[in-house]
Every structure is written in C-alpha cells, then in structure tokens.
Write a protein that binds this ligand. Structure first.
Ligand code: DGJ
Length: 732
C-alpha cells in the first residue's frame, strides 16, 4: 500500500507494481481514496471525512463496490461516460489503464497525477488532483493527449467523475433567470438522469449554476449532515449529470457541454478540461459553503484578502443620461455619504454613433465629448478632489451593428456562415469573435487604452449582455467550427490574463446582464460579480441566500437602490434596503439627489457602520440561520470571524401579518464560552432594544437566540410593513 502524506510529498514518481494499492488524496479534514494498480483502470474507493490510518489501511476491503475513476466509452460501458472518443482510425472504443503516477508539492497543495493510456491506441489521459493543505478543497481536472497518427474526435470530455453511494441523497442547485438569479432548488435524487446545463455561450449562470451540493443524510440541513459540494470552474457552456442507475451509486459527471462542441484533437495536442473544485463537510450545507468561501478567498478570487470599497454606481440613477455635471453631482453625494468609489456605468462613449440607448456604439470606446467635454481624466481628477476613487463600465466582448467598429470589422463578429446574424440586446448587439487573436488584442486594448490614458481608474465594471446566438467563428477554419465555444473562452481567458499581468491592482467586476457570470471560472481575474440586475431588497434576500451557497459575501455586489424599486416596483423603506445590502459587498445604485436629507443621513450612518463590520462580513465565516425559502416569514444569517471574537447578525422579516408568530432564531458559529456584547446597527427605533449593550454568552445565543421585536418602535407616521435588524456582537 502506498500512503501519501504531506511529509512524503516532494516531486517524485511512484513506482507501480502489478499489485493492488491505493492512494489517499487528503486535505485537513477530507480524503479521496483511489485504488491503483498498474495496467488497470483506477477506482474510487472513498470520498469523505479524513480517515484514521487504521481505517484507511482497510478501506480496500471495506468499500465494497468500486467505480472507475474516469469512465470511458467503448468496452463494458453501458453507463454514463466521462470520455467518448472517435479515434483517428475510426474506432469508438477506448479503454484506459494506469501507466504511472506522479506526486509533487506546490506552495499550498499536494498534486497527484494519474497517467492513463488506452490499451490499444497511443491515446493518453492524465487525471490531476490538487489537494489544498490549508482548506478542504480538491481541485481536479483532466488532460487528454492524442499521439495517434490522425486527429481524434472528442464527443464527451468531462472534467471529473465522482460516484456517490446511494441513500437518501438530496441535490441542492441554483436556478433562475435574468433579475431572478440564484434561486435555491432542493430535491431528492431519483432513479434516472438529472442534467443541469447552460448553453448561453458567453456567460453561464442566469438559468442554472455550474455548482451543486449533495446532502448525503436526507433533506439538506444548514449545519448538520454530510455534504459533498462541487463547482465546475468555467464561464462557458456546461453539463452536469447525475445518473442514478441500477447500481448502488449516483454517478456525478461535470464538464463542458459538448453540444455543438465536438473537439478535434490533433496529433500531439493536449486538451485540458476546466477544473472541478470538490469539497466535503459534515457540517451541512453551511460547512460546504464555508469551505468554498475559504478556498475562494484564499486561492481563487482576485484580491480575496483585500477589503472592497463602498461604491455608488450610476446605472439606476441616470441610466444612459450621462453628463459631466450629473457625474459631479453623484460624486459629491457619495463622497458626502462616506462612500469610497464612484462608478460611471453605460452611456459615456460613442463618437459617430452616440450611446443613448442599448442599440448603438458598443465597440466605439471613445469618450462622448458631447456628454463629457473634459473627458474621463477630468472625472478622475474630480473624484480625487472629493477623496474617492473612480470606476468605469465597459463591455469589450460586444459590438452593435450600429457602430464604427462593426462598420470597420464585420469579420470580427461571431456569425453562422451564410446566415444573417441573429441580433441581441437593442436589436443590434453582436458578440465579437474572441477566438480571433486580433479581437483578443482589441478587447485587451479597450482596457489598456483606458488605463494608459487614465491611470487613476480604480475599478472596471466588465459587462456582457449577449449569449452566443450565432454559432460560427469567422476566424476558425471550416473544420473547427465546433471549437467555437471553447475557443471563445480560451480567448476570453487570454485577454483576462493579459489584463491582470499589466494591471494587477485594478478592481474588476464581472457583470453579465446582472448575475450571469457568477462562476468560479472568471473569479481568478475578477474581484466580484454583480449578483443581479434586480436590486429589490426582498428579492435580493432570496437571491443572495442562494448565491452564498457557493460564493463569499466579499464577491457579491449588493446595492441600496431606490424605492419603488425599478424592477419589482415594490416600495421598501431605506432601513430594510440598507440592512439587506449590508450583508454583501455594500454599494449604492440610486440617484442620491432624489433622496431626502434624512435618508442621506441614514445612508451616511450605515456606510460608517458598514466600515466597522466590513472585515467580519467580507472575511468572516457565514452561518445561514433561517432560510427565506422556509416561508416562515423571516430570514436570518450571520458572519463570524475565524477567531470568533466578532460577529454580525442579520434578521429580515420577509412578510407581515397581524398577530403572526415568527420563529426565534438561534445563532451559530460563536464561541459558547465567550461573552458577547450586543449592539444594534442602523437603529431607527425610538428606544434601544432590550438587549442593547448587554453581554450574553455564545452558548446562550446559540441555544436560545434573541427575541427580536417584529416591528420597529418608531413614530406613528413612520410605521410600515417592513422590519429588519443588524446586530454587531463583540466578544469580551
Ligand atoms: C446590464 C448590467 O447588468 C447593468 O447593471 C448595467 O450595467 C447595464 N447592463 C448597462 O447597459
């Protein structure tokens, strides 16, 4: 038996014998155990909590039924496959066996590679496992290499496969739509195939998400039960399959969606799949979420260790009506309220064609001098005078048919040969062909030119408002049209990489008609994403709840917007809107000039208070306490620092009836033996809460919670149907 521990790790190849052995790929609290034997397909024996040496030594015997680590199509392959190939000689059969294994230690992780080869063809598959040593996450991906005489066609090429023992296993996923992203769906796995897919082409998280959780002990619970979490780290089309067949296993396969994307693998070429990030927790959904958040902040999210600025975005305030005077006014207001950044959204550019609505000028990234006679640099200077930073909106992957760019480069758009292109937003939008290196240069230069001319720009909102509605690259050869989706994302990643090499400190938001780029594929280059174009505070409670399953608060743009809300037309008082926005990366999306002086004072106070709790929200551990999806009239969550010396508790009433009875919310994640002082933030009540300033033990708060009044104690003319609380807890 070969036991791999971190001590044994240095770069070395493991000598394999024909004898059966196993390897344990471990993180601090988890282990993936794989049975290995030279000349045979490796098999998954176990994935779960880290094992004791004795238990691990006996796992071969104990695990019973085994599953191929990467099932392939060809021989004895009646089930769902990870890989399906037509080889250069026309054969559809593949049978992989282990040739050798390699292990090495990188700065933060141990890497194990299983080198597999087809039994007949010179066709190779390397399975990679990167096990982080400070967080419970294993990243796994696959590299497929063809050394046959002719190209091989990859029809299926999943990133990873995992067998999950059958039982009362429940699936938690996110679904949604524009302005209704990140909705939670929970269902028991039933016999048959469950497929979650997205084929938008450019973005991928409006309708469904490339991440999921499997609760192994029945209906998902927040802080109890065993949970496997898996995220496909990719921004393009995906297909997640769970096949519950006649065996004792659910078969989980995750990877790029192969529809319209057969990949012709040339001789000597290696195809690398996107990463799947795999985690396990016995602390329920919450434990798995915390694992994703920790791993993300530490290793995947751009600037995951830096506090985010509090910003005002101009979109819902002025839409396309950008003027210099208007931008000055908004900067004055956000600076006065204590904000740190102003972001000028869509509408600032265009020369021959003006950007006054969504139907023109994308691609013409020259400042519209009618609107901004003194240019961007004057706005940056104005921001600096006000003591804030300046940010700007762009959409570099797109053009409009009404644009100078399209007039000059009609060959730069994605287009099906012989067809008039289907148009998107505004009836004129088209997607640029990022497979084309010239288009990649162009997209890079959009950022580079802006930054060279205006080095003080601190933040970019990178939008993407159209999917690939035209299958066809004018750049790729005829025989490689099925590579269009893949090459688009390779091109996109190259552009991001170049931008990050030159501008490592820039903050960049991934926006895509709202939350269509909430995925771990883009976050190595982006600091955050825009959760949704829906800024309605009530609906945000639901959307942010779901989004938090996989993404940390620091990455979730969450803005205070106006009332009535521009999407739902719901009227919600400022207090509730603030209390919801403050549970993510706080910002504002409002015309401050329409706010009353009282509201501005309220917002100013909230911004000051958010600054106090910002490290707890942005770096703390999330504990979801009561789900809005339970429909009990209340939702609640909290953040706790790693040292458990500070926490912030949120409570939102989601519906109001007379004489209703709301559940009392028990806290979580605190140190039972420490005393916490309670202080209410954003207080509007005439009288403090009964527990204001009181000290209570973590144990009491976790066993009993606090009795939160259902309404606010305010003057009669201020009474309304909404109620929410934010409590700061500080340990003695
Ligand atoms: C879609 C985004 O989601 C909005 O926030 C805004 O930036 C608009 N695009 C601008 O066109």
């Amino acid at each position: 038996m070969i036991r791999i521990t971190s001590i044994l790790f240095s770069v070395f190849c493991l000598t394999l014998t024909a004898q059966a052995e196993h390897i344990a790929i471990t993180t601090p609290k988890t282990a993936l155990v794989i049975h290995t034997q030279k000349g045979a397909m490796p098999q998954v024996l176990y994935y779960g909590a880290r094992l004791s040496a004795t238990d691990e030594a006996q796992i071969d015997v104990m695990s019973g039924y085994r599953q191929s680590v990467y099932p392939v199509y060809g021989l004895n392959s009646q089930g769902e496959c990870a890989l399906e190939v037509t080889h250069g000689d026309g054969s559809l059969a593949t049978s992989l066996v282990l040739q050798s294994m390699e292990t090495r230690h990188e700065e933060n992780a141990n890497i194990t590679v299983l080198h597999l080869k087809d039994r007949v063809q010179p066709f190779f598959v390397d399975l990679y496992y990167k096990a982080y040593q400070a967080v419970d996450m294993i990243e796994t991906w696959t590299e497929i290499r063809n050394d046959e005489k002719k190209p091989a066609d990859l029809h299926q090429y999943a990133s990873a496969y995992l067998p999950v023992r059958r039982g009362n296993v429940w699936l938690s996923t996110l679904y949604g739509s524009w302005a209704n992203e990140g909705r939670v769906c929970e269902e028991p796995l039933q016999p048959g195939m469950k497929v979650i897919t997205n084929r938008d082409g450019t973005r991928n998280s409006h309708t469904a998400h490339a991440e999921l959780m499997l609760s192994l002990d029945g209906k998902p619970q927040e802080n109890n039960g065993r949970v496997i979490g898996a995220a496909l780290c990719y921004s393009g089309n995906y297909r997640l399959r769970i096949d519950t067949d006649d065996s004792d296993y659910h078969h989980l396969l995750m990877g790029i969606c192969e529809t319209g994307a057969t990949y012709h693998l040339k001789k000597g070429e290696t195809f690398r799949t996107p990463v799947v990030a795999l985690t396990y927790s016995d602390e329920g959904l919450g434990g798995a979420s915390r694992n994703f958040h920790k791993w993300g902040r530490k290793y995947r999210l751009m600037h995951g260790d830096k506090e985010r600025k509090i910003l005002l975005n101009s979109w819902e305030g002025v839409y396309f009506n950008i003027t210099e005077e208007g931008m000055h006014q908004m900067m004055d207001d956000i600076a006065m309220m204590g904000g740190e950044l102003f972001v000028m959204d869509d509408g600032w550019f265009g020369s021959k064609y003006q950007r006054n609505s969504d139907d023109a000028a994308l691609g013409d990234w020259q400042t519209d001098t009618h609107k901004l006679p003194n240019g961007i640099s004057a706005l940056c200077d104005y921001a600096a005078k006000k003591g804030i930073k300046f940010g700007i909106w762009i959409e570099p992957e797109m053009t409009n048919t009404t644009s100078e760019l399209y007039e000059q480069h009609p060959d730069w758009v994605l287009k099906a040969p012989g067809y008039e292109p289907e148009r998107g937003r505004g009836g004129t939008q088209l997607v640029l062909d990022l497979a084309n290196p010239k288009v990649q240069d162009f997209a890079f230069e959009v950022v580079d030119k802006l930054m060279t001319e205006n080095p003080d720009i601190d933040y970019i909102k990178w939008d993407a408002n159209m999917g690939i509605q035209n299958h066809g690259s004018q750049y790729l050869p005829k025989g490689e049209q099925s590579h269009t989706y893949i090459e688009y994302h390779r091109g996109f990643e190259k552009v991001c990489q170049r931008i990050r090499e030159k501008y490592p400190d820039l903050t960049i938001q991934a926006c895509a008609s709202g939350g269509a780029r909430a995925n771990w594929g883009v976050l190595p280059w982006f600091d955050e994403f825009w959760v949704s174009d829906d800024t309605d505070a009530l609906q945000r409670v639901y959307m942010q709840w779901g989004t938090s399953y996989f993404f940390p608060a620091i990455a979730m743009g969450s803005h205070i917007a106006s009332s009535p809300n521009h999407q739902t037309f719901r009227t919600i008082p400022l207090k509730f809107r603030i209390d919801v926005a403050m549970s993510g990366r706080l910002g504002m999306e409002i015309q401050p000039k329409n706010m009353t002086e009282e509201e501005k004072t309220q917002a100013k106070k909230a911004i000051a208070e958010y600054k106090e709790i910002r490290p707890v929200v942005q770096f703390g551990d999330l504990y979801r306490l009561h789900s809005p999806y339970e429909k009990d009239g209340v939702a609640s969550l909290m953040y706790v620092t790693e040292t458990k010396d500070e926490a912030v508790f949120y409570w939102w009433k989601t519906e109001t009836f007379c004489n209703q009875h709301l559940p009392r919310i028990r806290m979580a994640g605190l140190n039972p033996d420490r005393m916490y002082t309670i202080h209410e933030l954003n207080r509007i009540d005439n009288k403090p809460l009964p527990f204001e300033g009181k000290q209570l033990s973590g144990r009491y708060l976790m066993d009993n919670g606090l009795e939160i009044p259902y309404t606010h104690n305010v003057d009669y003319n201020k009474l309304n149907a909404w109620s929410s609380r934010v409590l700061r807890l500080t340990a003695k």
